[in-house]
Design a binder for this molecule. Structure first.
Ligand SMILES: [Mn+2]
Length: 367
């Protein structure tokens, strides 16, 4: 069985309620591309705006796309049937034809645009629409070997770029300049940036999703770097915080609390642990150091085709860790007006424990 058939069947197995006769994945235009399209097709090239992927319960599939993607789609020729449509009229005809031999169609409500849903309803008025988004999300949470390989390489590239950062840093270098260097180095490794890198210095490190500016690096600053490579569409996400010069007592205190939370969690991860329990452990560790209110986000998120790949590790999480899941673990402490620390790693849950994909030191680095 090929990769596409295997993934289609995984998704169908996860469907708890009524089973559709076909799953309908439809991309709109960037940035409204359903990454599940690439989960199913496993295509590494192309953008596939406005393309349709139909997946049947027996593992067979059909892809409908435009002339623009004719080259990119070739790689999938052994895994599914491909039809190239010339214009939107032809696309509409195709949609009508799809409806002639099915009664129920499954859609991914997390990604299908409302506009496409309206078109689907109008074109196929007699077909029942079922939401299969939960099954798709659950299937994607547990990675297969090929996905793990791609994620591992993304993490390796990211780790390599991190190791070069201290050599880029010098007095008065700006956040923007370092950010550009990070993007450049990721691309030089043959990957792309999984998201816009975060580079923050000094008090800006207290803003978890700081988008960067022109602050200059000064002695005594915390400097925080949050970035990741995307390799063959699969993402990595790493954060390290360092200190310029000798850390103050307070800087040391904050860093130690985050470092300990990170250690505690990385030691406990294995199949069978509740996701909410992982978060509680981080909260308790940070609280015991006196910074409960300064840890303001969840402990981490699933990682895959998307940087935020369908699940988070927080107190409302309702799932159990399974072998093959990949998450970020990213405790942080943020003191507005002072600065913040975040340490983020990517982990693969495996039998009995976890593998840290971003294998590089987490101790406080002084430069
Ligand atoms: Mn993250």
């Amino acid at each position: 069985m090929n990769q596409t058939s295997r993934r289609i069947q995984r998704v169908y197995q996860k469907i708890q309620n009524e089973r559709p006769d076909a799953i309908f994945i439809k991309n709109s235009v960037e940035p409204h591309i359903d990454l599940s399209f690439f989960y199913f097709t496993n295509l590494e090239s192309g953008i596939f705006e406005n393309s349709i992927f139909l997946a049947y319960p027996n593992g067979e599939a059909s892809l409908y796309t435009s002339k623009l993607e004719e080259e990119s789609v070739k790689e999938g020729s052994t895994r599914f049937k491909t039809t190239i449509f010339k214009d939107s009229k032809e696309k509409e005809m195709i949609l009508k034809k799809i409806g002639t031999n099915i009664d129920k169609i499954g859609v991914n409500s997390r990604e299908l645009t409302y506009q496409d849903l309206l078109i689907l309803k109008k074109t196929l008025p007699n077909v029942k629409i079922l939401d299969v988004s939960k099954a798709i999300t659950e299937a994607r949470l547990v990675k297969d070997n090929e996905e793990i390989k791609k994620l591992r390489t993304a993490a390796e590239i990211t780790t390599k770029v991190w190791k070069n950062i201290p050599s880029i840093l010098r007095n008065n270098v700006t956040e923007s300049e370092v950010k550009a260097q990070i993007s450049y180095q990721i691309q030089k490794e043959g990957a792309t940036t999984a998201f816009e890198p975060i580079t923050s210095f000094g008090v800006n490190t207290a803003e978890p999703h700081y988008l960067g500016g022109n602050a200059e690096l000064k002695s005594g600053d915390f400097a925080l770097f949050d970035f990741g490579a995307r390799n063959c569409r699969y993402c990595a996400d790493l954060t390290r915080t360092l200190v310029v010069g000798r850390p103050s007592y307070k800087q040391r205190q904050i860093y130690d609390a985050v470092f300990e939370a990170s250690n505690v969690v990385l030691d406990m991860l294995k199949p069978g642990i509740e996701a909410s329990e992982v978060h509680r452990k981080v909260v308790n560790t940070i609280a015991s150091k006196g910074f409960r209110k300064e840890f303001t986000h969840s402990t981490g998120h699933a990682l895959g085709l998307a940087v935020h790949d369908g699940a988070t590790l927080s107190n409302t999480s309702k799932f159990t860790l399974e072998e093959g899941m990949v998450f970020t673990i990213e405790p942080g402490i943020y003191l507005p007006g002072f600065g913040g620390v975040r340490i983020e790693d990517d982990v693969l849950i495996r039998k009995g424990d976890c593998e840290i994909l971003t294998s590089t030191g987490r101790e406080m680095l002084e430069i």
